[in-house]
Design a protein around this ligand. Sequence first.
Ligand SMILES: NC(=O)c1ccc[n+]([C@@H]2O[C@H](COP(=O)([O-])OP(=O)(O)OC[C@H]3O[C@@H](n4cnc5c(N)ncnc54)[C@H](OP(=O)(O)O)[C@@H]3O)[C@@H](O)[C@H]2O)c1
Length: 276
Amino acid sequence: MAETPTRVLGDGTSVPVLGFGTYPLRGDDGVRAIASALEVGYRLIDTAVNYRNEREVTEAIRVSGVDRGDVFVQTKVPGRDHENARTSIETSLQVMDLEYLDSVLIHWPNPSQGHYVKAWQGLVDAREAGLVRSIGVSNFTPAHLDEIIEATGVTPASNQVEMHPAFPQADQRAADAERGITTQAWSPIGRGEILDAEPVVAAARAHDVTPAQVVLRWHLHLGSLPLPKSGDPERQRTNLEIFGFDLSEAETEAITALGRPDGRLFDADPTYHVEM
Ligand SMILES: NC(=O)c1ccc[n+]([C@@H]2O[C@H](COP(=O)([O-])OP(=O)(O)OC[C@H]3O[C@@H](n4cnc5c(N)ncnc54)[C@H](OP(=O)(O)O)[C@@H]3O)[C@@H](O)[C@H]2O)c1
């Protein structure tokens, strides 16, 4: 099993260039699926309080026999905890029976609530207290980013946003990069919905790989960090095996050209979406 290459985030933390998404893996099946992901080699596990599977993540690490110190564990603070983000992180640590988290993100800015600056201050405090190594956000627009950076002087290391060929996020990626923030991609293979698009299928044929491998490689080519989910061990394995080929500029551009302004999978525009 080859090791996944790593990259260094803006805060100096080292992280695998591709991780495993755990929503909606829960219960015994969830533990089995996450443990299998660790066994095939994933070392970044993305969970959230709202996925209700943080306990399963720790159990899966135990079952897999992989050293906890070798796994980058990332969770997210939900909207209902924006005013008590540090307490939310302490609760996650208790639920997960861990001494520290590798990364914590604010799950959604929920602008209508108006508490994301306070939530960010809570994450900053938690990092200073040693509860978490790296802090970041999710679904933050450039305006949200600037507000929290200006208020605290602390730049998020990561911004996890919806990104796949139907919604390639060129402007958001550029805005993240300008601020030294790594863009993480949620729903990186578009929940499987874009895998039969012509440029994806053509590149898969040309490189003798699967359409999902093409799309995940496309993310690396653009500098984003994809977090594919699969409950199937064989798909988990192939989704991780994307380091033996590369896409040409023309292939990358043809896949990016699948993007549409209305390409989001559902109505999750962070300027108004609310998730508690
Ligand atoms: N921050 C946020 O607001 C946010 C929002 C949504 C998601 N996320 C995170 O992002 C992760 C991934 O997103 P996602 O689960 O929505 O979408 P995704 O990873 O793009 O797609 C997952 C779907 O694709 C299927 N699939 C996986 N590998 C495949 C392959 N090789 N060929 C064909 N189909 C394949 C999976 O089915 P099988 O399981 O049957 O293989 C599943 O139905 C989540 O698990 C979560 O951790 C974050």
